[in-house]
Every structure is written in C-alpha cells, then in structure tokens.
Design a protein around this ligand. Structure first.
Ligand SMILES: NC(=O)c1ccc[n+]([C@@H]2O[C@H](COP(=O)([O-])OP(=O)(O)OC[C@H]3O[C@@H](n4cnc5c(N)ncnc54)[C@H](OP(=O)(O)O)[C@@H]3O)[C@@H](O)[C@H]2O)c1
Length: 177
C-alpha cells in the first residue's frame, strides 16, 4: 500500500446535526427514500478496520438481530469498562491516539469511525480524523444525540465532493492538517 491508512468518519446526520433521537431512534433516518445503499458498500470496501463507542455497539447488537454486521473487518469498541472480547470484537479503553498510531503503522485499508458523537469528540480533540463523510437526511430533530459535541477542537476542512442519493446529500471533507 502506497498511502498511509486514513481515519474516516462516515455517518448519517439530521440537518440540525443529530445522529439519533434522545431515545436512540433512527426511524427518521431509515424512513428516508435514498438511492441504492446510499454509497455504503462503496465506502465499506475502502475500510479494513471499524471503530465505535460502546453505545453504538449496544445499539447495533440490539437491532441487528442476525449477526454482528462487521465480521470481515477488524473491529474495536471503546468503553471505559472491562468487557470480555467477542469473536469479532475487541473492547478497548486504552489510549486512543496510541491505537490509531499503531493501526496507521500496520498494513491495511482505511479506518472507519462508525460513531457515535461521544467517541468522535475524543477523535476530534486528539486531531485523529483525516476525512469526514456526512450523509445528511432531510429531517430536523430539534434535540437528540449530537454528532458534534461541544469540545476543545476546531478543524478547518476542504470540501472534496458532494453527491446526492435521492433525498440524501453526502458531504465529503478532508481535514486540513
Ligand atoms: N446516524 C448514524 O449514522 C449513527 C452512527 C453511529 C451511531 N449512531 C447512534 O448514536 C448513538 C450513540 O452515540 P453516543 O454519542 O451516545 O455514544 P457512543 O460514542 O457510541 O458511545 C459512548 C460510549 O463509548 C465509550 N467511550 C466514548 N469515548 C470514549 C473514550 N475516549 N475512551 C473510552 N471509552 C469511550 C463509553 O463507553 P462506556 O460507557 O462503556 O464506558 C461511552 O459511554 C446510538 O443511538 C447510535 O444508534 C448513529
């Protein structure tokens, strides 16, 4: 691989910047008419590592009834508790910058930050994000779980591309370093 692996946030948000309602519902997202899989499989093919916070993991486990969806990728779930690893998932509470640095020095494709907003805050404060792809749903929620929490970070971005998938708009940015 010529280029270093990139850390990419790929996530869907309401127009007012929420990733779920307070009750963790995604109905406002799943009810939107998109196009195909809204770029998901194209993106998914570019990653070999998946990272998420424990609440996102718990949401997936309580809604994806058949099996964990990311079995063919290396998957890390961040938690401050001690949780026994599962067949396809490593639970980590260690130093996030160190993990990312180690991963970037290993062979592999890109690293996907699945979410949610709480884990993302650490990525942003530690300046660990290389690219941001937000798929905006045509909904305003008024309140909910924020994509971008208040925190000690400020990033300047360069727009790489915009695309639409019927009712969705995909915004693809590179983080200026
Ligand atoms: N719209 C979308 O595309 C999308 C994508 C992803 C998620 N979501 C939704 O977002 C919601 C969850 O987001 P969220 O912001 O509430 O939570 P989250 O970031 O998914 O998870 C928060 C948990 O992760 C752990 N954590 C976070 N930062 C950490 C750090 N720096 N070090 C160690 N552990 C850390 C903690 O786990 P412990 O409490 O176990 O210590 C914390 O309680 C769910 O409803 C999910 O469905 C939506």
């Amino acid at each position: 691989m010529g280029n270093k692996r990139k850390v990419v946030l790929f996530i869907a948000s309401s127009l007012d910047g929420y990733i779920a309602t307070k009750e963790e519902s995604l109905e406002w997202l799943f009810s939107v008419e998109g196009e195909g899989d809204n770029g998901f499989s194209e993106f998914y093919d570019t990653v070999s590592t998946v990272i998420m916070g424990k609440r996102t993991y718990d949401w997936i486990m309580s809604h994806e009834l058949k099996e964990f969806p990311y079995v063919n990728k290396d998957c890390y779930v961040f938690t401050r508790s001690v949780v026994e690893d599962k067949e396809n998932v490593e639970f980590v509470s260690s130093d996030l910058p160190k993990l990312i640095n180690d991963l970037k020095n290993q062979e592999g494709n890109n690293i996907w930050i699945v979410g949610g907003g709480e884990l993302l805050q650490t990525f942003l404060e530690e300046k660990l994000v290389d690219e941001i792809i937000v798929t905006v749903a045509p909904a305003i929620l008024g309140k909910g779980i924020p994509l971008f929490r208040e925190g000690d970070y400020q990033l300047n971005l360069s727009l790489k591309r915009t695309r639409t998938f019927n009712q969705f708009v995909e915004l693809h940015y590179e983080v200026n370093k």
